[in-house]
Design a protein around this ligand. Structure first.
Ligand code: PLP
Length: 424
């Protein structure tokens, strides 16, 4: 039994057992969902502290509750580290997660009905960039750009034309299924021309930016939004960063505009993750994420897979399975049975429905954190190929046998790459 779950096990054996099962699952599987990772034991420990007991509405030095002697210091450290790591004037570490962080930007700068421009969700954007079912698409007038059908990449002439015609107040750059470098300078030029505020949403790539393997949006975007739990490898949370100009408005929008008390245990864990991100090893981790994604993409291409945009520059690969004769959802389910965890995903111009799309989305942050390298990436591509090929042939017994055999091989591989924060 894990000592850290001893008390939980006696108080609530049901939950304790489910947590243990999840630990085993995260340990035994090859986790390829690009927005996920393994946090360090230090980050886990900070998350599980008595800081969760404390109310701290307000900001350091300006709180609405007493007893902030230590919380103020913790939040100040987190803020200072964010400013140092990303090279920004101002940081707010209180947003509960990426979606409320983005909503705070709307609250700070827009009125309901104002125009916002973002990448369409099925093209790789995020819900909160003005997609129709999101509050951001319901309460604001949203115009959406995509990628070119032939290249799978953003067409800046199209973005510029749309911006000139629609005059958005806010332009979002970033997304959840973008396998290529984001050209923040090109977005900034367009935003300047139409007098819009450019927001760089680096939720997926924050760790790559901090690690120096993706160009920074600093100096291009007036506001930077990020989650802390994806490539940045911190707890579930978010940060907003900006220059002095928007600092007050953003702070006011987060609290009291949208939120009450900040999650202090998360703030502490963010501070820990930011410290980890300042170490030389983090740069190596970021470099290896990209090298691993390139190796995985190369091997998939060699095996005849169709990758959106033809490959990857970052941590993420979007596979269009149409040419393989299978859909994304059954493929993701078969891969999961084989120990390879991915998510089904729309591809640009997907003829299929969002709940049953043509693609799968893969990423290398979690496997890189476990210490896997290019040799393991080639093996993973081979397994993906085997599972998808079996599925395409359509014989249920063969599929089941293939999946079962690979699941065993995956367990053997993962046992050689211990997952941080999880006892063997
Ligand atoms: C993940 C993500 C978010 C939202 O984060 P949540 O913490 O899930 O609310 C916002 N924007 C982008 C680009 C993301 O990838």
């Amino acid at each position: 039994m894990n000592p850290h779950l001893a008390t939980l096990s006696s108080v609530d054996p049901d939950i304790a057992e489910l947590v243990r099962s999840e630990e085993r699952r995260q340990s035994e599987k090859i986790r390829l969902i690009p927005s996920e990772n393994y946090v360090s034991r230090a980050v886990l420990e900070a998350t599980g502290t008595v800081l969760t007991n404390k109310y701290s509405e307000g900001y350091p030095g300006r709180r609405y509750y007493e007893g902030q002697q230590f919380i103020d210091q913790i939040e100040t450290i987190a803020v200072e580290r964010a400013k140092q790591l990303f090279g920004v004037d101002h940081a707010n570490v209180q947003p509960y997660s990426g979606s409320p962080a983005n909503l705070a930007i709307y609250l700070a700068l827009l009125s309901p009905g104002d125009t916002v421009m973002g990448m369409a969700l099925p093209m790789g954007g995020h819900l909160t960039h003005g997609w129709s079912v999101s509050a951001t698409g319901i309460w604001f007038r949203s115009v959406q750009y995509g990628v070119r059908r032939d290249t799978g990449r953003i067409d800046f002439d199209e973005v510029r034309d749309l911006a000139r015609k629609e005059r958005p107040k806010l332009i979002f750059a970033g997304g959840t299924a973008i396998p290529r470098i984001i050209d923040f300078a090109a977005f900034a030029e367009i935003a300047r021309e139409v007098d819009a505020v450019l927001v760089a949403d680096i939720a997926h790539i924050a760790g790559l930016v901090a690690g120096g393997v993706h160009p920074t949006p600093v100096g291009h975007a007036e506001i930077i939004s990020t989650t802390t739990h994806k490539t940045l490898r911190g707890p579930r949370g978010a940060m907003l960063m900006c220059d002095a100009k928007h600092a007050k408005a953003l702070d006011k929008a987060v609290f009291p505009g949208l939120q009450g008390g900040p999650h202090n245990h998360t703030t502490a864990a963010i501070a820990v993750a930011l410290r980890e991100a300042m170490q030389p090893e983090f740069r190596e981790y970021a470099r290896q994420i990209v090298a691993n994604a390139a190796a995985l993409a190369d091997e998939l291409l060699a095996r005849g897979f169709d990758l959106v945009s033809g490959g990857t520059d970052n941590h993420l690969i979007l596979v269009d399975l149409t040419s393989k004769g299978v859909a994304g959802k059954p493929a993701a389910k078969a891969l999961d049975r084989a120990g390879l965890e991915v998510n089904y995903n729309t591809v640009p111009y997907d003829p299929r429905k969002p709940f049953d799309p043509s693609g799968i989305r893969l990423g290398t942050p979690a496997v890189t954190t476990r210490g896997m390298g290019p040799a393991e990436m080639r093996q993973i591509a081979a397994w993906i190929d085997e599972v998808v090929s079996a599925l395409a042939k359509g014989d249920e017994d063969t599929c089941a046998a293939t999946e079962q055999r690979i699941a065993g091989e995956v367990r053997e591989l993962t046992s050689r790459f211990p997952a941080p924060g999880i006892d063997a």
